[in-house]
Design a protein around this ligand. Structure first.
Ligand code: HEC
Ligand code: HEC
Length: 216
């Protein structure tokens, strides 16, 4: 057998190194990061990462890892301003962000969205969610956020099952500029075109959409 070349040995070391030094996503979630300011996530996002609706703390379980890591980076770089998460994200190491995002993306979400609601929309709120309002250049939310608001890929997060208060806060954050992290201003234009009443109604619509007990 030929001896391993230095290049092969080098790549084996590179492959082995991150796992030996990897941050532990589950531990960060349950106990926090190395820096005590990176508090345990479960205290606010719930023991299973499903969020706390009454407090408006969002669900993180089952969200795409790329989306979660981007949000934590955005809290760090100031394109998403929020008094609780900003210092917390700034206290995290990049490796911790990657690890906790990967861990969270694997947690079960329990939110199979009810796509039957997609089919016919008669009331104005459902119509806005499904088809948008082209006179005001609002595309339907599900066109980017997926059927039933269940999310698509790494870039379009789920809306279904998020607390209504959280969804309202995000739409208002785009309107007042405290959240400006959306690629190509996809969301800022949508949020600015909506009325206060529509924001509230569409948030309620998506918040209750995926609960298993809700049937159309
Ligand atoms: C003290 C409460 C608290 C703790 C602890 C906390 N969070 Fe949060 N988190 C919040 C709040 C409140 C929001 C909503 C922020 C907003 O309105 O923009 C949030 C939002 C987020 C978001 C954005 C979700 C989305 O859908 O865009 C991510 C990601 C996140 N937190 C990750 C974490 C991680 C990872 C930890 C643990 C290391 C953690 N949080 C710990 C309160 C907390
Ligand atoms: C053209 C595509 C597009 C359309 C249409 C769209 N969104 Fe979004 N939305 C996005 C993207 C991209 C993000 C993630 C931005 C980021 O990276 O933080 C997002 C994020 C959000 C978030 C934040 C979710 C979270 O977990 O923090 C809310 C709330 C939201 N959208 C609501 C809506 C609503 C309500 C509608 C319909 C009225 C809508 N969106 C239509 C692209 C879109």
């Amino acid at each position: 057998m030929k001896p391993l070349s230095p290049v092969v040995i080098g790549s084996l070391l590179i492959l082995a190194w991150p796992s030996a030094h990897a941050a532990d996503g589950q531990k960060i979630f349950n106990q926090g990061g190395q820096n005590p300011a990176a508090m345990a996530c479960l205290g606010c996002h719930g023991p299973d990462g499903k969020g706390v609706a009454a407090a408006g703390f969002p669900r993180l379980a089952g969200l795409p890892a790329g989306y979660l890591a981007k949000q934590l980076e955005d809290f760090r770089n100031g394109s998403r301003k929020q008094p609780v998460m900003e210092p917390l994200a700034k206290a995290m190491e990049p490796a911790e962000i990657q690890a906790v995002s990967a861990y969270l993306s694997q947690l079960p979400a329990d939110t199979a969205p009810d796509t039957r609601r997609q089919q016919i929309a008669t009331d104005p709120v459902t119509r806005l969610a499904l088809y948008g309002d082209w006179n005001r250049q609002i595309p339907g939310c599900v066109q980017c956020h997926g059927p039933g608001g269940s999310g698509i890929g790494e870039h379009f997060p789920p809306l279904a099952g998020q607390p209504a208060g959280y969804l309202v806060a995000q739409l208002n954050a785009w309107r007042d500029g405290s959240r400006s992290n959306d690629p190509n201003q996809l969301m800022v234009n949508v949020a600015k075109a909506m009325t206060d009443a529509e924001i509230k109604q569409v948030a309620d619509y998506f918040a209750q959409l995926s609960r298993p007990e809700v049937k159309p």
